[in-house]
Design a protein around this ligand. Structure first.
Ligand code: FEO
Ligand code: CA
Ligand code: CA
Length: 551
């Protein structure tokens, strides 16, 4: 796509735009002034703030097999699938997704990076030699050894990263370097731990399908098990109720056992966004990334105590899970004791659907449907605006509804109380050729409240049909205030077949970590890779994490 004149003026910045307008005849905008007149911030009690203009010349959509960035920015590869991450010889997992930078001593040039590893898909061949392109999926002929490699490739990695002489590197013998994988033991917490609904499990083996996640206020990470059902099937695992949870891991304690927090419900979790309500309670926003699934929030029973450190983790064990009803603007509690609809719900044989809170949590989708949650168009990331506390929700798309391009919804809790039960919302930005982006997925805010959005056009649809004009997947900058509110400017483009995932800034916002997931996916033959990123030539593509600098 060509950059239009408005975008070019934006690039030039406020001062220069005034000069440029003399030449172009387009009136210069004052700070906070709206050109389109679409700003209705007053409806939500917001002040129209000064516009936040990108400090880069937006790139054009492209199908180039590389990470393409604006002039003045560069990327470095931090870790790729198979790279050694500690002296034991553990290796970086497959299809990197969510990243979370945890500073060491507050530094922006030295820290730990948690990285999710989501799935294998057809690229499993490069993990364990299993040829999914030519195998009969109904037979599942994976050997025990292939399954072990598969499960080890997923979960998360903790790596130590350091910037020296202007260059980011992975510390390959780090004492923090660790894999938490599909083979790692987890403790189960909350109402479903040890319950009949989980067949008595208090401990379970493995985390996988780790899509996105979030950080906690006490320096641990939450990682979300999304499409667990595929892995359960392909790895012939006995009990699916062990998966589909939010896990908590402590990257700074290499001996810690990760936890699965059942109070946050079981579904295809995309990410978590944690905040503190005006009541002092901890609130976690979450989405279930599937067609016609729901938006949730968890509100802790107890209050966050900044002096309690990691003991605040207990807040994730007792609380109320809510599902959003957008038609009424209400949060409905998924609470077996107080919700009569849950108590009286029956299955097709006339048996009770739920007999306990554990049943409700394990079968969250059924419970959400029962109480009138609003089915959404693939709710992926939710993030809380760092300045005004509104909640942004990426709805990727839903071809069943003719929603091919997706949109970003902005939710406003009543009285800015995140623990409350009433909200309003607006459609903040819509995907499509008019905005230049399609299929919004992970979101991140910078401190100025600008939104950074990655897109997830599926590798099978990319660069073809109605998606052709968008090129490869990308990363977009969208101001949330001022005259350019809601306008998307492309900052990065991904290699062929890939999706960029997990954007995360260092505290000084001079580095952006980003995963390059599934480059080369949707290939017809393993002999003919469609991407060679990052090594080029005839090399097979490797998913991994990059650091972008130049901000
Ligand atoms: Fe794993 Fe919803 O993307
Ligand atoms: Ca995702
Ligand atoms: Ca995705």
């Amino acid at each position: 796509m060509e950059i239009n004149r408005r975008q070019f003026l934006t690039y030039l910045g406020a001062g220069t735009a005034a000069l440029a307008s003399l030449a172009t005849g387009i009136p210069a905008l004052a700070e906070g002034e709206s050109a389109s007149g679409k700003t209705a911030d007053d409806l939500f009690g917001l002040d129209a703030k000064a516009s936040n203009r990108p400090k880069f010349l937006p790139i054009k959509a492209t199908s180039k097999d590389d990470v393409v960035l604006p002039n003045g920015y560069k990327y470095e590869v931090i870790a790729l699938y198979g790279d050694k991450i500690n002296s034991k010889g553990d290796t970086f997992g497959m299809n990197a997704d969510f990243t979370c930078y945890l500073p060491i001593e507050g530094k922006s040039d030295h820290g730990l990076l948690w990285v999710n590893h989501e799935y294998c898909g057809e690229l499993e061949y490069y993990v364990n030699g299993y040829d999914t392109l030519n195998s009969d999926s109904s037979k599942n002929l994976r050997t025990a050894e292939q399954i072990e490699k598969y499960l080890y490739a997923l979960g998360g990695s903790i790596i130590e990263v350091k910037k020296a002489d202007g260059k980011w590197t992975l510390v390959a013998d780090s004492k923090y370097g660790r894999r938490i994988s599909g083979l790692t033991k987890h403790t189960v917490t909350g109402p479903a731990a040890g319950s009949k609904a989980m067949n008595g499990a208090k401990e379970v083996i493995g985390t996988f399908a780790n899509c996105s996640g979030g950080s906690t206020l006490w320096n641990t990470i939450l990682s979300c098990e999304e499409n667990y059902d595929t892995v359960v099937k392909e790895c012939k695992l006995p009990d699916a109720t062990h998966y589909g949870w939010v896990i908590e891991a402590d990257p700074f304690d290499p001996k810690s056992t990760p936890k699965k927090h059942t109070a946050l419900g079981r579904f295809s979790h995309e990410n978590t966004a944690m905040t503190i309500a005006t009541t002092g309670q901890l609130v976690v926003y979450m989405g279930d990334d599937a067609n016609d699934q729901y938006v949730y929030k968890y509100v802790s029973k107890g209050k966050y105590d900044p002096t309690a450190g990691k003991n605040n983790s207990k807040l994730l064990e007792e609380g109320t899970l809510y599902v959003a009803n957008f038609g009424k603007g209400t949060w409905v509690a998924l609470d077996y004791e107080t919700n009569s609809a849950l108590k009286s719900a029956k299955n097709t044989e006339g048996q009770p659907l739920f007999t306990s809170q554990a049943d409700v949590l394990v079968n969250c989708r059924e419970a959400a449907k029962t109480v009138g949650g609003t089915p959404m168009d693939r709710p992926e990331d939710l993030e809380v605006h760092p300045i005004d506390g509104s909640i942004f929700i990426a709805l990727t798309n839903n071809s069943k509804h003719g929603n091919f391009y997706g949109q970003i919804v902005r939710m406003f809790e009543k009285d800015k109380n995140h623990a409350g039960t009433s909200f309003e919302f607006e459609i903040f930005a819509t995907g499509g050729p008019q905005s230049g982006f399609a299929a919004p997925d992970n979101l991140a805010f910078d401190k100025a409240g600008n939104l950074w959005v990655v897109t997830d056009i599926s590798s099978g649809s990319m660069n073809s049909g109605i998606y052709k004009k968008f090129g490869n997947n990308g990363l977009f900058f969208i101001p949330t205030t001022g005259s350019r509110k809601g306008d998307a400017f492309q900052f990065a483009s991904a290699p062929v077949g890939a999706e960029m995932t997990g954007p995360w800034f260092t505290p000084d916002e001079k580095t952006l970590f980003l995963s390059v997931q599934h480059p080369g996916e949707n290939l017809a033959s393993y002999d003919a890779p469609t991407s060679h990123w990052p090594h080029g030539g005839t090399a097979v593509a490797r998913p991994g994490v990059i650091a972008i600098t130049g901000f």
